[in-house]
Ligand binder design. Structure first.
Ligand code: SF4
Length: 232
């Protein structure tokens, strides 16, 4: 028995580790013309967005406002929306703030899983449920963390995830971003190699994984969008 719709189960080409991300995106646009792209506008996300635009993507870029984003992240979103007018930037949970009552005060410290579930996963899941795209374009890569070391180009499930940057290293991403003068979140250059909400993100120390600054010391490595029972 398969949970995949006929569209989702469309066969995947035999991509190899050296396949150009543009080729993967090009295939994705053909196989899944309804795909959408969630993004938090980290380095990976900004590079993927530029590649997707070059490949002809003109769909939605979904950003979830948890109410706890750094101002630099919101400004990066706005700079990207200005640079890529052909894309439709959608902010879910818009207007969220630490005082909005969506979660008890300080839940991020006492139960970050519940905070992420309420402020990040649920708004995106609700949107995807109503929209029901067959696939998501995602910017994760293997070298971001040991927990992501096996990410393939294409992951099947209830909804297909397509990861064109799966095999790109951080160095490749930086070279691409520099070559194309991409509007990278300025916090990146202060050591915030992966940027989430301000209460749960610190700069990375030399030798650490790019995602080591996320929920540091809390025994948590993922927000729940890409791993766990509520994953997309
Ligand atoms: S990253 Fe932190 S503040 Fe943001 S939703 Fe998750 S627990 Fe809450």
């Amino acid at each position: 028995m398969t949970l995949l719709t006929p569209e989702v189960s469309a066969s995947v080409p035999a991509f190899g580790p050296d396949t150009d991300p543009l080729e993967v995106i090009g295939w994705a646009l053909q196989a899944h013309p309804d795909l959408v792209m969630p993004s938090a506008f980290n380095l990976n996300g900004v590079v993927l967005l530029d590649l997707a635009a070059r490949a002809g993507y003109t769909g939605d870029v979904l950003f979830v406002d948890t109410g706890y984003h750094f101002p630099e992240t919101l400004a990066t979103r706005d700079r990207l929306a200005e640079r890529y007018p052909q894309l439709n930037f959608v902010t879910l949970n818009a207007g969220a703030s630490p005082d909005d009552g969506q979660t008890p005060d300080g839940l991020y410290a006492t139960n970050p899983d519940a905070c992420c579930a309420a402020r990040k996963v649920e708004p995106l899941q609700r949107h995807l449920k109503s929209r029901n795209p067959s696939a998501l374009l995602n910017a994760r890569s293997r070298d971001q963390a040991s927990t992501r070391a096996d990410i393939p180009f294409v992951e099947d499930g209830a909804r297909r995830k397509i990861n064109p940057l799966a095999y790109w290293t951080r160095e490749q991403l930086e070279v691409y971003a520099t070559a194309h003068d991409l509007p990278v979140n300025p916090l990146y250059f202060d050591g915030f190699l992966s940027i989430g909400c301000w209460p749960c993100t610190r700069a990375v120390r030399p030798g650490e994984d790019a995602r080591a600054g996320r929920w540091a010391g809390q025994g948590k490595t993922e927000c729940g969008l890409w791993a766990g029972e509520q994953r997309l």
